[in-house]
Ligand binder design. Structure first.
Ligand code: GTP
Ligand code: MG
Length: 297
C-alpha cells in the first residue's frame, strides 16, 4: 500500500476563518475560534486521515502588522509555519475581500518556494457572482496552483478540498499515529478553552491583554481531574472587568470552559480560575515563551 503524508500550513489575515477551517477539516475541535481577530496565538497541529493519506494541518496565528512583542512572536510563528510546510493554503474571508493585510501577505507569498493554494472562505456570506471576480483579483497577485471556495462554517466545499489535499500529499510513511488528533497537550488545551471563553465574553482591550496558563493538573481517584488556571491581564482595570460584579463574569467564563473541557476530555473536570494583573506581560520574554512561542528577537 502506498501511503501519503505531508504538512499543510493554513495561513491568512486575522479572522479569516483559519481555525474554523482546520476544525472542520479535522472533524473535531482542535483549535479555538472566536469572532475577534488574533484568537490563535501559536501554531497548532491537527492530524487528519483521508483514505491512505495523512494530512498534517498547521493552524497559524493571523498575519498582521505587529506592535507588541507578543504580536511579533505570533506573526513570526505564522511565517515559520508557512515556510516549513509542503503546501501553503491562504485563507481569505471572501466577504472582507482583498484587504490591505491580504495584499501584504500576498506580496510576501509571491516570492515563496512552497506551493500555494487559495481558499476563499465564508462563501455563505456573499452572493455567488462576486466569487469569481474576487478569485481572479487574488490569483493575479501570487502563483496559486488551485483555488477553492468554501464555507468552513457550513462545511460547503470542504469535502472537495480535503480530497484534493489528500491527493496532493507526497508519498511517504505516516509521521503520526493514525489516531492522533492534535499536538496540543491537555494542559494547554485547558488554557486555550478558558481563553476562548474570555474572548467570547469580554470586549475591547481585555481579550487581547489576557493570557492563560495552567498552573496545576491533578488526577483524582474518581477519574476526574482538577485543573487550576491563572489568567494574566496587563492592567488592574482589566482585572476588575474580567472578574465582574461579585465575580459574575469570571464565574460564567469558568462555567462555560468547564462544560466544554468536560466534553472534550470525556471526564469530569473541576476548573479553578485565578486572575492576576501582571503589567506588560505581553512584552515579557518569559510569558511569551510560556505560551509556546519563540521570541523573535
Ligand atoms: N459565516 C461564516 N463565518 C465563519 C466562517 N468561517 C469562520 N467564520 C467565523 O469567523 C470568525 C473567525 O473565525 P476563526 O476561525 O477564529 O478565524 P481565524 O482566521 O482563525 O482568526 P485568528 O486566529 O484570529 O487569526 C468566527 O466568528 C467564525 O465563526 C464561514 O465560513 N462562514
Ligand atoms: Mg485562529
Amino acid at each position: 500500500m502506498t501511503t501519503r503524508c505531508g504538512t499543510v500550513a493554513v495561513l491568512g489575515a486575522p479572522n479569516a476563518g483559519k481555525s474554523t477551517l482546520v476544525n472542520r477539516l479535522a472533524g473535531a475541535k482542535v483549535t479555538i475560534v472566536s469572532p475577534k481577530p488574533q484568537t490563535t496565538r501559536f501554531r497548532i497541529r491537527a492530524v487528519v486521515m483521508r483514505g491512505e493519506a495523512q494530512i498534517i494541518l498547521t493552524d497559524t496565528p493571523g498575519i498582521f502588522r505587529p506592535r507588541r512583542r507578543l504580536d511579533r512572536a505570533m506573526v513570526a510563528a505564522a511565517w515559520g509555519g508557512a515556510q516549513d510546510a509542503d503546501l501553503d493554503c491562504l485563507v481569505v474571508d471572501s466577504r472582507a475581500g482583498l484587504t490591505e493585510p491580504v495584499r501584504e501577505i500576498l506580496a510576501r507569498l509571491a516570492s515563496g518556494r512552497v506551493p500555494l493554494w487559495l481558499v476563499l472562505n465564508k462563501i455563505d456570506l456573499i452572493p455567488r457572482e462576486r466569487l469569481l471576480p474576487l478569485a481572479a483579483e487574488i490569483t493575479a497577485l501570487a502563483p496559486f496552483r488551485e483555488t477553492f471556495m468554501v464555507s468552513a462554517e457550513t462545511g460547503d466545499g470542504v469535502d472537495r478540498l480535503l480530497d484534493r489535499l489528500a491527493e496532493a500529499m507526497p508519498e511517504g510513511p505516516y509521521l503520526f499515529p493514525e489516531d492522533e488528533l492534535s499536538d496540543l497537550p491537555d494542559r494547554m488545551l485547558a488554557a486555550e478553552i478558558v481563553r476562548e471563553q474570555i474572548l467570547r465574553l469580554t470586549h475591547e482591550e481585555v481579550p487581547h491583554h489576557a493570557s492563560v496558563e495552567t498552573e496545576s493538573w491533578q488526577e483524582r481517584e474518581d477519574g476526574s481531574v482538577r485543573v487550576d488556571c491563572t489568567v494574566y491581564v496587563s492592567r488592574p482595570g482589566q482585572k476588575a472587568i474580567l472578574i465582574g460584579e461579585k465575580g459574575a463574569k469570571i464565574k460564567e467564563i469558568g462555567r462555560r470552559a468547564r462544560a466544554e473541557l468536560t466534553a472534550l476530555l470525556g471526564r469530569p473536570v473541576h476548573l479553578f480560575l485565578n486572575v492576576k494583573d501582571r503589567p506588560g506581560w505581553d512584552e515579557e520574554r518569559g510569558r511569551i515563551r510560556a505560551l509556546g512561542l519563540e521570541d523573535p528577537e
